[in-house]
Write a protein that binds this ligand. Structure first.
Ligand SMILES: Nc1nc2c(ncn2[C@@H]2O[C@H](COP(=O)(O)OP(=O)(O)OP(=O)(O)O)[C@@H](O)[C@H]2O)c(=O)[nH]1
Length: 186
């Protein structure tokens, strides 16, 4: 059973229910234990993760509201924070899966953020981008999460492989140090 941790960042705090959701699901035949952290609410379990959601999570959904420019500026700064924290603390692990989501697409008559502008922000930050309407389409959101979870699984596998490879390299170094390198006889 794989554990997948996602953080949902950028919402503005109207939620009151528990902010750490657990769900078991199966994607591509693999059983997953999914945790989604939504820091907008005040659950006590969430508060301890709230300190460092950027380090805790394996993947991120960064949400803004297309009819609220301030929420977009906030999303921009969250993306920067994810990038900076990840590159400082995880040895260049900058490609953690992130999806930038412009919600409330149904309010396009009151749009304050152009789709192109958001797409280019996502491109700069090497993340996925999608506009959705949580009010109108549950399916789009479900697809978005499924796609992100697939990316997270690949990313975790890549990291595990890399760790195994550098582990075996250090073992080779250790053996060399203990027994010395074999030299060609002259
Ligand atoms: N029109 C519209 N309203 C939405 C949509 N998604 C959420 N809302 C409404 O926005 C309000 C806040 O929803 P929440 O899910 O609590 O969102 P939040 O993450 O706290 O974000 P904020 O809107 O910034 O408070 C609620 O009244 C929702 O019904 C959407 O796609 N379209």
């Amino acid at each position: 059973m794989n554990d997948i941790k996602l953080a949902l960042l950028g919402s503005q705090g109207a939620g009151k229910s528990d902010s750490l959701y657990h769900k078991r699901l199966s994607i591509d035949g693999r059983q997953l234990n999914l945790e989604v952290f939504d820091p907008c609410s005040q659950g006590s379990e969430a508060r301890c993760i709230l300190e460092e959601p950027v380090e805790w999570a394996d993947g991120f959904v960064v949400v803004y509201n297309i009819s609220d420019r301030t929420s977009f500026i906030n999303a921009k700064s969250i993306l920067r924070q994810i990038r900076e924290t990840r590159s400082d603390n995880s040895k260049g692990d900058t490609d953690v899966p992130v999806c930038l989501v412009g919600n409330k697409q149904d309010l396009c008559h009151a749009r304050q953020v152009r789709e192109e502008e958001a797409r280019s922000l996502a491109h700069e930050n090497r993340c996925n981008f999608q506009e959705v309407s949580a009010a109108e389409s549950y399916q789009d959101i479900a697809n978005l999460f499924t796609q992100l979870i697939r990316q997270v699984m690949e990313h975790l596998k890549y990291r595990a492989d890399r760790r195994r490879y550098s582990g075996s390299k250090s073992m080779a170094k250790l053996i060399n140090n203990v027994f010395g390198k074999r030299r060609k006889s002259v």
